[in-house]
Design a binder for this molecule. Structure first.
Ligand SMILES: C[S@@+](CC[C@H](N)C(=O)[O-])C[C@H]1O[C@@H](n2cnc3c(N)ncnc32)[C@H](O)[C@@H]1O
Length: 238
């Protein structure tokens, strides 16, 4: 258990891990995670305006965005960003506003700037995911959407057992095997409107939030509002 507690992701560990991952990312985790990425981008393509992709990585999602969207990407890893830049050039993408080396905990953008903010396979990786959620909320326009695709851990069954065995290796893996969904539910102005299990095997989950059109916050509510009647749950078959 001590080893589990010590395996904290910090900025240096993330940069080191993704320096190692960058050359092989697309052929390894990039492939495993393709269905969730496709699903999230297809949702965004039905929306208008600007998109901020936080933790854009090697830019695997970038060629899939529809032309009418203007997309900005940020990431902590220069090596991952370099791959993303090469992809933009290779695919002659015209709708990418810019890529920036930036920490998701401290986004260098004005409040309310983007119509959609997305983080795919990022929240289990970032140091201080609660701080990152606050930043995603801050830069999202009122009435806009924040979309997460992520692995959330279970505390039961074979999967829970495996996640606990893997937990001490978080720094080496570059992500935390133990990551309960509660850690992304704390934003006062984000309301959960969709929760969907994704392939492969429901290992990943998409969460879609809307940001309140005007800051509301009844005192005492400190978690994203989840209303059962509002949340759809399904396994994506694509
Ligand atoms: C598992 S990869 C996901 C990449 C991409 N979103 C995808 O779908 O393939 C996680 C990415 O998050 C980035 N990352 C981790 N911590 C970050 C932070 N604090 N700020 C910005 N990016 C971060 C890593 O550098 C890495 O590129």
């Amino acid at each position: 258990m001590d080893a589990v507690k010590k395996a904290v992701m910090d900025r240096g560990a993330v940069i080191t891990a993704y320096r190692r991952w960058a050359p092989v990312y697309d052929q390894t985790f990039g492939t495993v995670a393709a269905a969730g990425r496709r699903h999230a981008v297809d949702i965004m393509n039905k929306r208008d305006g600007s998109v901020l992709e936080v933790g854009v990585g090697t830019g695997l999602s970038l060629p899939r965005y529809a032309d009418h969207l203007s997309v900005t990407g940020v990431d902590l890893s220069p090596e991952m960003l370099k791959k993303a830049e090469n992809r933009i050039v290779k695919n002659k993408l015209q709708n990418i506003d810019g890529l920036h080396e930036m920490d998701a905990r401290n986004l260098d953008f004005d409040d309310d700037k983007f119509d959609t903010v997305v983080a795919m396979y990022v929240m289990t990786v970032v140091p201080e995911p609660e701080v990152v959620m606050e930043e995603l909320e801050r830069v999202c326009a009122p009435g806009g959407q924040v979309i997460l695709v992520n692995h959330f851990s279970q505390d039961h069954g074979t999967r829970g057992w495996l996640e606990r065995r893997m937990a001490p290796f978080a720094s080496t893996l570059g992500w935390r095997p133990i990551f309960p969904v509660d850690r992304v539910m704390g934003c006062e102005n984000l309301e959960l409107i969709e929760r969907r299990s994704l392939r492969p095997l429901g290992l990943f989950t998409m969460l879609r939030f809307t940001k309140a059109a005007a800051p509301k916050i009844a005192k005492g509510r400190s978690r994203a509002m989840v209303s059962d009647s509002y949340v759809s749950e399904a396994v994506v078959s694509q």
